[in-house]
Design a protein around this ligand. Sequence first.
Ligand SMILES: [Zn+2]
Length: 444
Amino acid sequence: MAKTQFGFDIRTALCLECGAPLEVGLGGGRVVCDYCGTSSLIQRRTYREAEPAQTIPETQRLQELWHQDRQPLRVPPGVQRWLVDGLIPMHHRQDALQTWLYHQSVLTHEADDVAAYYLFTLTILLGPLLESRHRRALLEHAVDVLPNVHHRNVIRCKLARHAALDGDIQAAEAWLEHVDPRPRDLMADTAYRLAMSYIALHQGQPRAALRHLGYHEQDVPIFEGFDAEALLLRSHALEMDGQTDVALRRLRGRMVDVAWFRPLIDLSRRDPRLPLCPETIPFLERELLEQAEWKLRPPPLNLTSLPIILLAAFGVDAAVYFQVTRYDHANNSTFVAWAVVFTVLAVGAVVWQLHRYVRERGFRQRATWAEGRTTSTVGYTITSKPVVRARVTHEGNTYSVRAHVVAGVTSSAQLACPCLFDPKTRSARIILPFAPPPPIVPFG
Ligand SMILES: [Zn+2]
């Protein structure tokens, strides 16, 4: 087997000065950073994992894990302020890396729970922003310094996942060798299940993957943040096993809301080494866009309101007529003036309706699907239509527009949502989620 990026036969770490990846042989040793020239000493790989103190019956263990369900990844406040849709955006990568280095230096001097937790969450959130050599060094370095055994094992499982996706099953199994397969911590348990499923899928054994993940969603507890990835992996295994209809049904159930729609599609394509659910996801994407398009259709010309407008105008005319004639029988010119005003108003209302209809129809003819991102929360216009400020990306150009909300209620100022966009009038109709987006932490 050729040397792979996540192979077990090299030692890697981050340069403590600049955070660049370093690499030495298995025995460790001194290495000079290519970027800043600082010399670092990398120790040989050691294991601190003791055998689990006592083993408990599997049913009891699962019960304990179920009790830990529905608890999302707690992100420390210093990291939380960078997050957009639960992830660190690219422009905060350097800040995150510097913070990681700071907390790792704290940990080398003293046992500090806060620093340990910062280091762990940053390792999880920072990994996806780094290229694979850099990411491996970050993960391995974290395993070396993290004081909590469950945290170390979650990171080892991530290393195993990458090795499996690179096709290096030997390395994947080596990373898992010292990982407790039956931990009493839900995140560590889910990480192990995911890593084992990636290995099984690479070996073409979807049923083995389903044994780890559970055939049904409620078979085994899954850590909330990794829920989405587990759902995709389970559906992928079902697809591979020829049960595409089951996979389709399961995913359809979760993708009804736009809050799940985009994140799940993005997650399925995050890792080019293994696009998840290659049949079901594109099918559902088309299906959901068709549904959204139906929602975005303009209201048909509402002729039912025309008689009401005319009747109301007539009523007001009559009321004014009686008011005027009560006091002044002779003053017909005042009545005529009022009648003209109200007739003009009635005709204006009809014209306004027609104009709206024509404008909407024109919009529908020109508009195309675009990716929108909200930049404000929902507000209301004078006609009570909810609107939101959004940045719309269309054919490589980005426009800042006011978008009419056609469906959905919740909004945050940073939400990726599908929208219909007309480049000519620069107007947009956007679909927002009905519930806040789920916390999705990519396991990879
Ligand atoms: Zn350096």
